[in-house]
Design a protein around this ligand. Structure first.
Ligand SMILES: Cc1cc2nc3c(=O)[nH]c(=O)nc-3n(C[C@H](O)[C@H](O)[C@H](O)COP(=O)(O)O)c2cc1C
Length: 416
């Protein structure tokens, strides 16, 4: 199984990551990882060229001649602000020495980990506090940069197996598709192209808000601009789709082997993601069963028109409301998972808080922040979902060598 750990503070020297459990022989280069890292900067009003170019991951172990070795892959991503010594970060984040008169952050921001994290680790009072900097720096979504890099190793393995992961944004704040039916035809047409979910994410990447509808993109951009003028922030929703998934990933046999449960965790493990839905999960709660379940038919005709005696011969579904998972097991349809993100908690408009030093009520101060990060979050979600699917593939077809895995998967596909 593939596991990974990340380390690093957002204003520290660097983020590092170690990915363990990739089989030997997966074609992989730093450029593959950087492609997805750059996509994390997508979204109206985010980043800009300079930030994208700074985010280049350095691979320092686990590869030889552009293939994995089966040994841990070591990754490093330098933090631009620290490197350029902007705002004295090397002193503020010094690993050694004495604190001296380095400034303290004492006003917890609602919606961030600041207060709960400080209470947990004792940064809310002496001897370590009050100083919220350690909490702010590790709980920040900067960590998702290394997460994307780590998970993109697994994603590259999936790509070599013909399994693609993509996503698109379906809502930002109050502007979005009415319901899944409103985007399904368009998404389906993209998924039918060569590349499956890759075609979906490439189409979404063309939009300023990662939406596959030009009118909605425009409306969302306006909504973001208007929200900025109101000094507020927005959340939203997105859909992650995985194509080329064979039936039989995950299991109903034990709670922690259920693929749907693992997919939900992949989304909710990302900062600020507060809801998750597999397929039409939420809408299904208000529908009749007859409008919810995906009927089974033979490939060449409607159910009952048997073209073969073999029971597992080329069966397909009329619909994919289940999002490709039944009983915790992939059923051969594309996996569909939707994530719901809360509005960014750093607002220009102040929120009430209490200063931990003085104990006095105080309002949060102006901080530069994006209005929304939903487009970026959707690309992070692609990465975390890819890792779950890669592990499910390894569990089912696993081996230490990539060729073995590919051969077993091909045999299984031929059998279907
Ligand atoms: C890709 C991404 C970018 C984010 N950017 C910001 C940001 O610019 N400003 C901010 O206040 N929060 C941002 N957040 C959200 C915070 O990290 C998040 O709200 C915080 O960790 C608390 O949320 P939690 O309770 O889910 O951990 C971002 C989240 C993600 C996933």
């Amino acid at each position: 199984m593939i596991r990974y750990l990340t380390a690093g503070e957002s204003h520290g020297e660097a983020l590092t990551g170690v990915v363990e459990g990739l089989p030997a022989g997966v074609p992989l280069t730093a450029a593959d990882l950087n492609e997805h890292l750059a996509r994390r900067w997508l979204g109206y009003g985010r980043g800009g060229r300079s930030k994208i170019e700074n985010d280049r991951v350095h691979v320092y172990s686990g590869l030889r001649f552009s293939k994995t070795l089966g040994s841990p892959v070591g990754l490093r991503l330098d933090n631009g602000a620290y490197e350029k010594d902007r705002a004295g970060w090397p002193e503020k984040m010094a690993l050694g020495g004495e604190r001296g008169d380095v400034e303290r952050v004492t006003l917890p921001r609602p919606g961030h980990a600041d207060l709960a994290g400080a209470q947990k680790y004792g940064f809310d009072r002496p001897p370590r506090g009050p100083d919220l900097r350690p909490v702010i720096d590790r709980s920040s979504a900067r960590e998702t940069a290394m997460r994307v890099a780590c998970c993109s190793t697994a994603r590259q393995m999936l790509r070599e197996l013909g399994i693609e992961v993509g996503s698109h944004v379906v809502r930002i704040g109050q502007v979005g598709f009415e319901d899944a039916e409103a985007w399904q035809d368009r998404a389906h047409a993209l998924l039918q192209r060569d590349g499956g979910a890759r075609a979906l994410y490439e189409a979404a990447d063309e939009s300023a808000t990662r939406m596959i509808d030009a009118d909605l993109t425009e409306q969302c951009v306006e909504h973001i601009e208007e929200t900025k003028r109101k000094r507020d922030s927005l959340g939203g929703a997105y859909e992650v789709v995985v194509t080329g998934v064979p039936p039989g990933l995950g299991s109903y046999a034990q709670w922690d082997r259920r693929l749907d449960g693992q997919l939900a965790q992949a989304i909710l493990s990302i900062q600020a993601q507060k809801g998750v839905e597999v397929g039409d999960g939420v809408a299904g709660a208000g529908r009749y069963g007859s409008d919810t379940h995906d009927e089974i038919v033979r490939e060449n005709g409607a159910g009952g028109n048997a073209s073969s005696d073999a029971p597992s011969d080329a069966l397909r579904r009329r619909t994919n409301r289940a999002g490709g998972v039944e009983g915790g097991v992939s059923n051969g349809m594309p996996l569909v998972v939707r994530g719901y993100m809360k509005p960014i908690p750093t607002l220009i408009e102040p929120l009430d808080s209490v200063d931990l030093e003085s104990g006095e009520p105080q309002q949060t101060r102006y901080e530069r922040s994006d209005v929304t990060s939903v487009p970026a979050a959707s690309t992070v979600a692609e990465a975390t979902v890819a890792l779950v699917v890669a592990n499910a593939v390894l569990e089912r077809f696993g081996g230490d060598r990539f060729e073995q895995i590919r051969r077993r998967l091909t045999e299984e596909r031929d059998r279907q």
